[in-house]
Design a binder for this molecule. Structure first.
Ligand SMILES: C[S@@+](CC[C@H](N)C(=O)[O-])C[C@H]1O[C@@H](n2cnc3c(N)ncnc32)[C@H](O)[C@@H]1O
Length: 269
């Protein structure tokens, strides 16, 4: 399968996903979760009064979090049919510009303080042009914060999910929803056992997944099984993405032992 096919198919998959899972209620859309996503590199006060962009906004929860943190203006980008959902979900539309574009098409503003990309680059087969676009959109001294799936800490999970995804990414919605239902209850049980035993992904289960509503846990299972393309990054690959993109002071955090938060700064001229 070509890179272009996988890129377009993944965008199509997400369009269908967000048209079905439209809201961001509870912990899933909370400032508590946002604080966890940007930790340990940023606090809400760093974002206050800043001009920012998000690449791959989906149904808009991160855009609303950025607004609640006090961002002055947010460029929200989403290439899929979910663009309609994004526009409907924005809480302070006067402070947001919504663009139906892919990440590599982010305009070269050159004056943004931050670009965020949360859970997106690992769904793009060739993320390099997206990193380049983020670089050009930032002001000198501006920051790019990325959250990515991690390879380290996910060995057992990947041994199960990788072969499963070969089939699930091709399933129509009604079959995928059925699969989500039969996976949901074993997951609930697994979370309970994590309180008793040092099981794989325990930190993620107890810090993140247990706090989600039943509906959002179902969305997260769906989100794992649905997209055509998903890559799990090693620490080295995650750092290299930003270092090769000419960012400096690249720092990385192993978030809850299963994913990477990476931040880099555009050199001041
Ligand atoms: C897992 S969702 C994350 C959405 C949002 N950032 C959040 O955390 O709720 C990934 C999003 O990336 C978008 N996406 C996929 N390929 C993209 C591309 N090439 N450029 C920009 N966004 C893309 C998808 O359409 C989808 O909405």
């Amino acid at each position: 399968m070509s890179t272009a096919y996988r890129k377009n198919q993944t965008i199509k998959d997400f369009g269908e996903q967000w048209l079905r899972y439209r809201d961001s209620d509870g912990f899933y859309g909370s400032m508590e979760l946002f604080s966890d996503v940007i930790y340990p590199f940023l606090k809400f006060s760093d974002i206050k009064d800043c001009k920012v962009a998000e690449i791959g906004s989906g149904a808009g929860r991160i855009v609303n979090m950025l607004l609640e943190a006090g961002a002055k203006h947010v460029i929200a980008t989403e290439p899929s049919d979910a663009f309609e959902v994004l526009c409907q979900n924005i809480q302070q539309p006067e402070k947001v510009s919504c663009l139906k574009i892919t990440g590599d098409q982010l305009p070269s503003y050159g004056d943004l303080d931050y670009v965020f990309s949360v859970g997106v680059l690992h769904h793009i087969p060739d993320p390099v042009p997206v990193v380049e676009a983020a670089f050009k959109a930032l002001c000198p001294g501006g920051h790019f914060l990325v959250w990515l799936y991690g390879k380290e800490g996910n060995a057992l999970y990947l041994a199960i999910i990788d072969p499963l995804r070969v089939f699930t990414k091709r399933l129509p919605h009604f079959m995928l929803s059925f699969l989500v239902e039969i996976t949901y209850w074993p997951l609930v049980l697994y979370i309970k056992f994590c309180h008793l035993l040092p099981l794989p992904l325990k930190d993620y289960m107890l810090s993140i997944l247990e706090k989600m509503s039943p509906e959002k846990r179902r969305l997260i299972i769906y989100d794992q099984l649905n997209p055509s393309y998903a890559k799990y990054y090693t620490r080295q690959e995650a750092e290299k993405l930003l270092i090769d993109g000419k960012f400096e002071n690249v720092r990385i955090h192993h978030r809850h032992g299963y994913s990477w938060t990476v931040i880099g700064t555009k050199p001041a001229v």
